[in-house]
Design a protein around this ligand. Structure first.
Ligand code: NAD
Length: 370
């Protein structure tokens, strides 16, 4: 019998909460995975197609990410079931109703995720007095505006390039999902000499071996168009980006987009996991077997949550960039060293070991986890 505890293990989840508020048309799930190190920080996603299990897996990724980054926070994730493209006034009503529904769950601090942004976090802050990824006017460090996660991905790429013979200067980059993470990853990688040769969104893929104009792509997205609407380059379907000719592939869209059916088409030598859980475990094994280095999500894309933690503890934007650089460089190095020393361990396994040791240390000091 499935009593809903199917994914419970020694770490969590501490709570799976189903929220239904008919008066507001609100249906939501909150997975609070582990709070041993402190209140859990994790995104609030607005989407129509997320399962409870996916929500839990995303919460677990946050537990590992926060522990791996050495933050005094556990991991959680929430999903509001709705179309994020709804009229703003309806969205505000729904987000405020969600905030009220979680107001007593002080061990959960919401942050921005797909379908939500700093304005949504401001509404939550206004309702219940806690949220991260706030607008500047609320003393926030706007994660997506400054590109905290994209910056961290570029730092991870730098360390990976130093550990291999892949130079970032002239390295060709393909980015799947040209949203907050993908755009800024492209921008910060370009600052280190890389060239964006492929970018995609749900509207398709745009390719140009001579390099795509990142600012033009940014303007297209800001105008509500697809990257595939760019006037130069060649167009292909959304899936084409995965097999693009490049040295660095940055999946920055959805979970499980790299799987056994498309992994063999990947030409990149380095996969920087911008999205959470963008590859199935089988596919990660296959990548390693083919000599393709894949830096796991919760090491490479921790920039946003590191900045969020700095914000929560009252730090500045400048401190946030320093902390991201320091923590992601250190953790990427630690993971690569462990992989090299063992010869057999996957980067994800090495990263889990690193995070697990910190979670175990925190849990050993707690009687209950709430
Ligand atoms: P976003 O909504 O700003 O952008 C997502 C982009 O992906 C959009 O351009 C969308 O068109 C595109 N997309 C969606 N499905 C696609 C598909 N099947 N193929 C190609 N493109 C597709 O979201 P974001 O904030 O950039 O987040 C992207 C991913 O990164 C998510 O998995 C999120 O959980 C993860 N993440 C985000 C942050 C952050 O700081 N924003 C931090 C860590 C992880």
């Amino acid at each position: 019998m499935d009593n809903g505890f199917g994914f419970a293990d020694a770490i969590g989840p501490a709570k799976m909460i189903y929220i239904h508020e008919p008066a507001a048309g609100l249906k939501a799930i909150l997975a609070i995975d582990n709070v041993a190190a402190g209140p859990a920080i994790g995104g609030t996603r607005m989407a129509v197609d997320v399962t409870a299990e996916e929500c839990f897996r995303l919460a677990r990724a946050m537990t590992f990410k926060n522990a791996a980054a050495g933050l005094p926070h556990g991991g959680a994730k929430s999903v509001i079931f709705a179309d994020p493209a709804m009229p703003p006034a309806d969205k505000e009503r729904l987000v405020r109703a969600f905030a009220q529904a979680i107001s007593d769950l002080a061990e959960y601090i919401p942050g921005p995720d797909m379908g939500t942004d700093e304005t949504a976090m401001a509404w939550i802050m206004d309702e219940i007095g806690r949220a991260v990824g706030l607008p500047r006017v609320f003393g926030g460090i706007p994660l997506d505006e400054i590109g905290a996660t994209g910056f961290g991905l570029a730092v991870a790429a730098q360390i990976a390039s130093e550990a291999t013979d892949l130079s970032l200067k002239g390295a060709r980059v393909a980015v799947q999902g040209f949203g907050a993470v993908g755009l800024h990853a492209a921008r910060f990688l370009a600052k280190r000499g890389a060239i964006l040769v492929a970018a995609s969104d749900t509207g398709g893929t745009i390719l140009d071996p001579n390099g795509l104009d990142i600012e033009k792509l940014r303007a297209l997205k800001a105008a509500g168009c697809s990257v595939a609407d760019l006037s130069s380059g060649s167009r292909a379907g959304p899936e084409a980006v995965i097999a693009a000719d490049c040295e660095i592939l940055v999946p920055a869209a959805r979970p499980d987009v790299i799987h056994m059916d498309n992994v063999d088409g990947i030409k990149a030598r380095l996969v920087l996991q911008g999205a959470n859980i963008p590859a199935t475990l089988d596919a990660e094994r296959r990548l390693a077997g083919k000599g393709i280095l894949s830096i796991p999500d919760f090491i490479a894309n921790a920039g946003g949550v590191i900045a969020a933690s700095v914000e929560y503890h009252g730090g500045s934007e400048r401190t946030a960039f320093e902390e991201i650089e320091d923590k992601i460089a250190r953790n990427t190095r630690a993971v690569l060293e462990r992989v090299r020393a063992s010869g057999a361990v996957l980067p994800r396994e090495a990263a889990v070991e690193l995070a697990h040791a910190r979670i175990d240390r925190a849990m050993a000091l707690r009687r209950y986890h709430r």
